[in-house]
Structures are given as structure tokens and as C-alpha cells.
Design a protein around this ligand. Sequence first.
Ligand SMILES: Cc1cc2nc3c(=O)[nH]c(=O)nc-3n(C[C@H](O)[C@H](O)[C@H](O)COP(=O)(O)OP(=O)(O)OC[C@H]3O[C@@H](n4cnc5c(N)ncnc54)[C@H](O)[C@@H]3O)c2cc1C
Length: 337
Amino acid sequence: MKNKNISLKPYNSFGLEVFSNNFYRASTETDILKLLNKFSNFDPYILGGGSNILFKNNIDKPIIKIEIKGIEIEKEIDDEIYISVGAGENWSNFVDWCVKKKYGGIENLSLIPGNVGSAPIQNIGAYGVELESVFYSCKAISIKKKKIKIFSKKDCQFSYRNSIFKEKLKNKYIITNVIFKLTKVNHKLNISYKPLKELIEKENISKPTIKNISNFIKKIRQTKLPDPKLIGNCGSFFKNPIVSKKMFKSLILKYSSMPSFNISDNEFKIPAAWLIEKSGFKGVDEGETGTYKKHALVIINHGKATGTEIYNFSQKIKKSVLKKFNILLEEEVNIFE
Ligand SMILES: Cc1cc2nc3c(=O)[nH]c(=O)nc-3n(C[C@H](O)[C@H](O)[C@H](O)COP(=O)(O)OP(=O)(O)OC[C@H]3O[C@@H](n4cnc5c(N)ncnc54)[C@H](O)[C@@H]3O)c2cc1C
């Protein structure tokens, strides 16, 4: 059912007060198909938990909020378990559910806000693990053809904070369900992230469990990132840029303390937070917006910012980084006009 004059403030983690006159909720695939069949040339925005969206203004386009629930075990083969999850389930709750059941593989992704159905869109990742390592398949409805399609891991074309759903198929499919492949025993723990390793050593844990890892990740996240319930934000506003070896060599000659990660023979990832900080934007306030004092990559809403104000500030940061380092930052956040 269409809802009018809906405030989107509770549905975006920036806490922006914008309105929609064209707001729909879908709690089943049938709800979605009914909507798509009702309107010709229907071109909606799809909303999950709203933790990776910047609403620039009031939204004229129709919005479909995905609220499909359900967690079911599909099958178990030897050490592995396949779990089918509704797109509208909360991601962090699903991770907690897996940790409690001792299913391994996503413990490093604890406490990431948002919904399960949005997780494949940007191949969510944190602390050495990306969604693609546990993704098996997803079900999605084509907005134009109004048909259901199953996407395998290969079909999704996952890469760093990216997938086919952010590229060729951007705004073309609505994900309704995701199947994950996790481990029941012989978990492959990832403790490559330095602060995680240090915490485990400090606590003298010789054989960490997935629960230990999940708890430590939560601890690290809570000290580093602002809670959107208290300070409006969308986590990292920009992606960490990837530069060529040639570019990296010229940068490191000039900035010997520049952190970097060698990700392939010819590619280096540079932390965007460092570039922003060195461009003079860490903990900087501009009106009702600014960057978080503990993490330059997080743009915040002090309470009364508008989407346009936040957007303009982000573009100012982008320009400064480009001028100083000749690196063009790319938004991780999705901008809804
Ligand atoms: C404090 C904080 C910390 C964060 N930390 C991380 C982190 O560590 N790692 C990380 O990767 N991200 C992080 N994020 C970003 C965010 O949590 C993730 O991108 C998350 O997956 C977004 O989920 P969502 O449901 O809120 O998506 P939304 O913001 O609602 O939507 C994001 C995009 O996905 C599309 N979309 C949503 N649902 C569907 C669907 N069912 N079908 C098709 N398209 C859909 C939307 O149209 C939009 O383009 C963080 C955000 C915050 C606020």
C-alpha cells in the first residue's frame, strides 16, 4: 500500500529529515511483484536499512522498503551449512544468530549495520573478510522483466566494495533472499587485522573461538566508529582508492609515512582516511556536518544537516584530496537525488 508524506528520518542512518509521497513496504516477493505489475515504467529506489544512503532532498521517485524476513537452513553437507535468509533480516542480528549456533565465516562482519539483502550490493567487508567468502547465491526480481532470477557467486562479479548490482545492474534488480555457505566445524578464522591480533594476544587466548572474534570485533568497532543512533553517519563515505605501482612509487617518495596495502603485482590500496586527514579534514566541522574526530573517512550529521549540505562537504573533501594527491576518491555511499 502506498504511504504519503512519510518522514524518512527513521530509515536513514544519517538521520536526515526528508519526505516521500511514494513509499511502499514489501514483506514478500508477491508484494514486490504486485507493485511492479501495477505500474508501467516503474523505476523505484530500493531501501534496506538505510545505512549506506545519502538522501540529498525529498524523494520524488517511489521507494520500496524491503522487509522480507526468515532464516532457514537449506542443507548441511559434511562440515558445511547452507543458510537461506530473507533480504529484510537485520545483518548484525543474523551474524549474532550464526555465532550463537557456532556457524563460522561471518564473525568478522559483526555489527555492520543494514540488511542482509543489501550486503551483496557492495560486497560488505571488514577486518580482513568480505561477504563474497561466505556468499553462495541470491534470489532477485528484475524490475523491468518482473521475473525472478538466481545469481550465483560468479554472476555477482564481486570485487572490493562492489558487485554487478552497483555496476551493470545498478537499480535493475531487487534482492529478496541470500544463501550463505558457512562452516559447522573446522572454522577458518581470519585474525590478520592487527588490532584484532593484538587484542587476542593481550587476552592470552591461545585458541580463539568465533564468539571471541565476534566480541573483539564489536569492541574494536565500538571504539572506532560513531553509533548512528547518537551521531548520524553512514560509516565510510568513500572507498579506499586503488592506485598503480607507478603512482604508488611517486607518492611514497613524497610521503614516506603513507600507509598502503599491496593487493596485487601492480596495485596498491591507500587508506582514504589517511588522504583525507593529510588534506586537513580530520575532525573538521562545517556547519551541521563534518568529519568524525576519531575517523576522517566518516562524515557526520551533527543533528540538523541537510543532505545537500553533507553532499557539498563531501565534494569539498574530494576536491582537496584530488588537488593534494592527484587521487579521485569514489563514493562508497549511494546518493539518492
Ligand atoms: C556506522 C556504520 C558502519 C559501517 N561499517 C561498514 C563496514 O564495516 N563495511 C561495509 O562494507 N559497510 C559498512 N557500512 C555501510 C553499510 O552498513 C553497508 O553498506 C550495508 O550493507 C548497507 O545496508 P542497508 O540495508 O542499510 O542498505 P541501504 O543503505 O538501505 O541501501 C544501500 C544500497 O543497496 C540498495 N539495496 C538495498 N537493499 C536492496 C535489495 N534488497 N535489493 C537491491 N538493492 C538493494 C539500495 O538501493 C542502495 O543503493 C557501515 C555503515 C555505518 C552507518
